[in-house]
Design a protein. Structure first.
Length: 312
């Protein structure tokens, strides 16, 4: 009887799920620490929720990014700067991500504005971006791509890696994310994160939106909703991943190849056409499976179970 009561209480407790889902095999913000991301399109504001589905018009322009200081103690008590990163792990195609990662945005020295009434504190640029924002624009024959936006604590020991100085507005592909995090001393665990899907398929309206678990016109095809996707072999030894062996599949050496596979001179537009849209189908997050979410929250569940057992 006491076990039944304890189990029922634990099932009712919210589970702390990492972002992005652990089974993606990429760096993840623990304890469901969300990064607040808001896009402006067609005169409307779109606040991104995990695994939302978008057409390419919605996330085309640089978003407003904020940390939810009122929700997470680890962020509320931090007074330093942040490094912001936006990457596409599915270029050029989710089934063949030979350009992983496409670097869509890299901004250092982001400072925190005063807390707003909604409990968030906007991240403000205090220097020019290392790599300017580039909206998603995967190939028109590609399934939706995932887009992950990270905020990392820019601690005092942060140094920009010399090996990554060549990444810029026209050189974005094959960004070795784990290696960059290691060499910059940012560490493999972000302060906060958010992700969504975007699609540029011809049948998908560019202003399309759907919540997690939604479906694009024509179906979601080969969109990746669980796991990192096909393995990518790096031409050099990748940095050791921080969370799981599957992270290695995401590491690739940086090159200046264009994102969409077209000429290097048009790499800005190429990367856009390559940075595939991973439609908001939070199906990817939810498809990450309830089993995975239960596993992620297992530490809290076990602790709660022990406490409840002691009480009964």
């Amino acid at each position: 009887m006491t076990w039944t009561i304890a189990f029922s209480l634990l099932v009712a407790l919210p589970l702390a799920v990492a972002i992005p889902p652990p089974d993606f095999g990429f760096p993840e913000a623990p304890n469901h620490t969300e990064l607040s991301v808001t896009y402006q399109a067609n005169g409307n504001s779109f606040v991104v929720a995990e695994a939302d589905l978008f057409g390419v018009d919605i996330p085309a322009k640089e978003p407003t990014v904020a940390v939810e200081t009122a929700s997470y103690e680890s962020i509320a008590t931090y007074n330093g700067s942040y490094v912001l990163l936006m990457v596409d792990p599915d270029a050029r195609y989710p089934s063949s991500p030979n350009l992983r990662f496409i670097l869509h945005w890299l901004q250092t020295d982001m400072t925190v504005a005063a807390q707003s009434p909604d409990g968030t504190s906007q991240l403000v640029n205090s220097s020019a971006p290392r790599v300017p924002h580039l909206g998603p624009s995967p190939p028109t024959d590609s399934a939706a791509h995932r887009y992950i936006i990270y905020a990392f604590f820019q601690h005092a020991n942060f140094t920009f890696p010399q090996n990554f100085e060549d990444f810029n507005a026209t050189s974005r592909t094959n960004f070795n994310l784990p290696s960059f995090l290691d060499e910059s001393k940012l560490g493999q665990t972000p302060a906060a994160a958010m992700y969504y899907f975007a699609s540029n398929q011809t049948q998908v309206p560019q202003d399309f939106t759907a919540t997690a678990g939604g479906t694009y016109p024509g179906g979601n095809g080969g969109m990746i909703t669980a796991g990192p996707g096909p393995n990518i072999t790096s031409s050099t030894a990748p940095a050791a991943p921080s969370t799981s062996a599957s992270t290695t599949s995401s590491s690739v050496t940086s090159t200046s190849a264009s994102d969409s596979g077209t000429s290097a001179s048009g790499s800005a537009s190429q990367t856009a056409s390559e940075t595939g849209s991973t439609t908001r189908s939070a199906a990817s997050a939810s498809d990450t499976s309830d089993a995975v979410k239960l596993l992620v929250g297992s530490g809290g569940l076990v602790a709660g179970l022990i406490s409840l057992w002691n009480l009964v």
